[in-house]
Design a protein around this ligand. Structure first.
Ligand SMILES: Cc1cc2nc3c(=O)[nH]c(=O)nc-3n(C[C@H](O)[C@H](O)[C@H](O)COP(=O)(O)OP(=O)(O)OC[C@H]3O[C@@H](n4cnc5c(N)ncnc54)[C@H](O)[C@@H]3O)c2cc1C
Length: 435
């Protein structure tokens, strides 16, 4: 039985997080422009404000929110994380202040699972402490994120991997201390066994940046999704994560949890947009009455609320599967969360912007940041269509072709069978309207 009741001690934690977000993180969002990468620990001015807030979170035992106790986190279950991430999702800085920001959260999962003791000491520990940040370098210009098309390769020469090729949309590469590069090491292997994951420290000779693409709305040309060139980049053979040709498994390990955590935060973002719509609807008077009294406005707000509540149930259901050791069964559900994330946030944020009028489409409210972030939602970690297909295939596995000429639900056949079961003729029940 699915039971979403919460423990009272956890309710208290939630209340602390709500208050902290309202009193400290909302103001931080207003203080530091959204284009300043929240993930850059080398930004001393920003860090002077950020570090004390992170210390408050640590003092509450909430640092590394998504991590198990053995990695220094509080060890929350996924359903609990759903409630927590929803609160953080109302903000831009929340995840960084609680030590659970992407892509570091996923990369730390990889290092914890596949790294050697040396990797853990050198990369994982400072990453978990947010002393450094990291980058996941997979997507290519020609091959997108289809691992069967990748060209960037690594060849083992003696005790070193020699990496050559390009990657782009490698988020945060410019600030990262190390990259996890997904490269072709087994060119002749079957499609999903060609890739390996290799750690590349940022200062290894041969790494250069071709360009720094930013997201729509960010100032050109300095963005945070680097186009990276690897030119005879040499790293020790021990930097291989997992097995040779096991890169696909490594990448998958990182994406499951990350996708639902992101979905959880999107619930919070949408709720904030609905809050803004509600306030606006009661404040704005036009043609003699508030917007709240207009039926079309009521329909919009009602529909947004319905979609967000449905979405939350989907995410909670998926989180519950994780908590109940059904990670494999949860895969199509994760895909569903990823798809719904992009679709619902698109609907809700668009409606909210529209309802706030010119202010809504300006840069004077958080809606503009939300809008620019949702543009990437159906793309980062794979386009919506890929996840829809994955979910569709999972659903199709439950079905077989009809056993006969007609579908199983062909009424004449069903009726003939019913007549056999009940020993009566269906036509005896056809009395017309008068009975
Ligand atoms: C904000 C942001 C951050 C990112 N961060 C990273 C990162 O840190 N590291 C990294 O490696 N990558 C990152 N990416 C890249 C991201 O993973 C890719 O953009 C994404 O996987 C899609 O690849 P693509 O851009 O080449 O699009 P394409 O693969 O060319 O897809 C374009 C469109 O083609 C259609 N399409 C594609 N495949 C299919 C299919 N099989 N069936 C039907 N239609 C299809 C879809 O409509 C899709 O939207 C990031 C992207 C964004 C936007």
């Amino acid at each position: 039985m699915i039971d979403f009741r919460l423990d009272p001690a956890f309710e208290e934690k939630l209340e602390w997080v709500r208050t902290f977000v309202r009193e400290k993180i909302d103001p931080l969002d207003a203080l530091i422009d959204e284009h300043v990468a929240p993930w850059n620990p080398r930004d001393k001015k920003a860090m002077a404000v950020v570090r004390p807030l992170q210390a408050e979170v640590r003092a509450q035992g909430l640092w590394g929110l998504h991590l198990p106790p053995e990695l220094g986190g509080p060890g929350f279950g996924q359903v609990e994380l759903c409630h927590l991430n929803e609160i953080l999702g109302r903000t831009n800085w929340g995840p960084t202040i609680f030590g659970c920001q992407a892509p570091d959260s996923g990369n730390s999962e990889i290092l914890a699972r596949f790294g050697t003791e040396e990797h853990k000491k050198r990369f994982l520990e400072p990453l978990l402490a947010n002393e450094i940040v990291s980058c996941f370098s997979m997507t290519e210009v020609e091959g997108g994120s289809d691992p069967t098309q990748f060209r960037c390769s690594a060849v083992l020469e003696g005790d070193e991997w020699v990496i050559n090729g390009e990657k782009w949309f490698s988020s945060n590469a410019a600030q990262a201390e190390f990259f996890i590069a997904m490269v072709v090491t087994e060119p002749d292997a079957p499609r999903y066994e060609r890739l390996s994951a290799i750690i590349v420290p940022h200062d290894t000779p041969g790494i250069s940046f071709v360009s720094q693409p930013g997201m729509a709305g960010e100032p050109y040309p300095i963005g945070s999704h680097s186009h990276v060139r690897y030119d005879n980049v040499r790293v020790p053979r021990e930097n291989l994560l997992g097995e040779r040709g096991g890169g696909f498994k490594v990448a998958q390990a990182r994406l499951g949890g990350g996708r639902i955590h992101h979905a959880m935060r999107v619930i919070g973002m949408c709720r904030k947009a609905i809050d803004m719509m509600g306030e606006r609807a009661h404040s704005r008077i036009t043609q003699g009455e508030t917007l709240a009294r207009k039926q079309l406005v009521q329909v919009d707000i009602g529909q947004c609320w319905i979609e967000v509540e449905q979405f939350k149930l989907l995410v909670m259901r998926t989180a519950w599967m994780f908590d109940n050791h059904m990670e494999k069964e949860a895969l199509p559900w994760i895909a569903a969360c990823k798809v719904a994330c992009a679709q619902i946030s698109h609907n809700v944020i668009f409606k909210a912007m529209h309802m706030l009028g010119s202010l809504g489409v300006s840069n004077q409210t958080p809606l503009a940041r939300m809008w620019s972030s949702l543009l990437a939602m159906g793309m980062a970690d794979g386009p919506t269509e890929i996840h829809q297909m994955f979910a569709g295939r999972a659903v199709l596995k439950n079905y077989r072709a009809a056993p006969g000429r007609f579908p199983t639900d062909y009424i004449p056949d069903l009726r003939a069978r019913a007549e056999q079961i009940f020993g009566v003729k269906a036509e005896d029940f056809h009395h017309g309207i008068a009975g």
